[in-house]
Design a protein around this ligand. Sequence first.
Ligand code: ADP
Length: 485
Amino acid sequence: MFRSLNSRLLLSYVAVIVVCLVLVGLGLLLFAGSLWTRETFWRLEAAAQATLLALRQAGPLETLPPEQLRAQVLKAAEEQELRVLVLDARRTVQFDSEKAWEGEQLKLDEVARTPVAPGRVRGAFLAPTGRRGGRWIFAGQVVARRGEGRQFILFASPRWRMWGWFAENLVPPLVRAGAVALVLSILLALLVSRSVAAPLQRVAAAAEAIARGEAGTRAPVSGPQEVRALASSFNTMADRVEAARQSQRDFVANVSHELKTPLTSIQGFSQALLDGTASTPETAARAARVVHEEAERMRRMVDELLTLARFDAGQMVMARDPVELGPLLRACVEKLAPQAQAAEVALELDVPDRLLVTGDADRLAQVLSNLLDNGVAHTPAGGSVAVAARRAGEGHFVEVTVTDTGRGIPADALPRIFERFYQVDKARRRSRGAGLGLAITKEIVEAHGGTITAESVVGLGSRFAVRLPPWEGEPTAAMGRQGNQ
Ligand code: ADP
């Protein structure tokens, strides 16, 4: 029933309007009660005085015959549509314009005898009979009558008349106000719900469009703040989903591409072995070596992919051991020495004693080997690759830098080198890499809570800086003897 925003808003507005009208009605009732009493007293008094004036014109009140008095009074009652009572001194009703109370005794609660006009009375009494019962208010005059003593001539009106008066005077304006408020609230509800619902519907439409495969669709950011926040969150999510899908597509394309080259080689050379094209022992050995190398390259790539997959799955757990950088860096440099020698690249190492970081020794060795390996591979003969480590950032981290004098990385490629499968120059790439080395390196460094950055000037060389958390388990002996670059 009240499913839509519009109808719910309307319902709540109507509830508010009804509550307001009831409150206003109650307040008016309290106020109007006294208003009615005052107005009625005034009317009763005016009627009484007018009647008395007429009576006095007919002759002195003291001696006016009772029948004449009653006839006059009855006439006044009919004219004024009021009840007129004539009471004797003991408050017994001697005459009632409606006949019902004659002979009854009334208990008058008199109020406000005005000293300026002696003899005037006003007040209230309880009706003596049940029919048309309840409280009445009255105004009138005490007169002295020869032979009958003091008499009260009272004009009376029942309190229940008040309700009729309310119905006549108060209810119509309240109803009109309610109607106006209702119309206004319908308009307001339409306006508010349109300003909220319409942008929401646009977000929903965008979601449906994406579900249909229109991946580029985005929700317009409009409407109230909350809806705008929803729309922009939705768009961010859509961007991420799109990016994830894109990287998935890229990934499949990259893997297929990287596998194609070695597979083509393997197929070609094994074919040569099979059909006897590689007939001499030398050509056969060469073909076998290529098959072996290409298989090795594929195995390496699969290993790297598996490592990345484990990072993605959050399965990669890094040890948090104290790792002394001196021996670790020395071992990495020594491992690469033959390769560097062959390439005629000098290796330099500058690391202070007892410089410790927190981490996983094997993984850190992998990081350094990879950076050194890249450095040597991209540095022409006669150049150098220098490794240096020092405490930095006021002792907050340890920085390891690998600086080469190689050909450098173009500025447009520099921000992308840590991406998976990214290779600066596909044509000139080294035979073994698939562009995964630096991606893995970055994953490892970040899993240590560290960072890796690269700077490079084409033609001059590159510098990779790895920042790692220092080992905090003991006083840092290496402080003050930091390595220089
Ligand atoms: P791979 O595993 O194929 O070596 P990496 O992820 O290690 O790939 O490197 C990505 C790209 O960055 C490579 O294509 C390489 O050209 C470039 N690169 C990496 N290190 C250096 C360096 N020291 N000097 C110049 N280029 C580099």
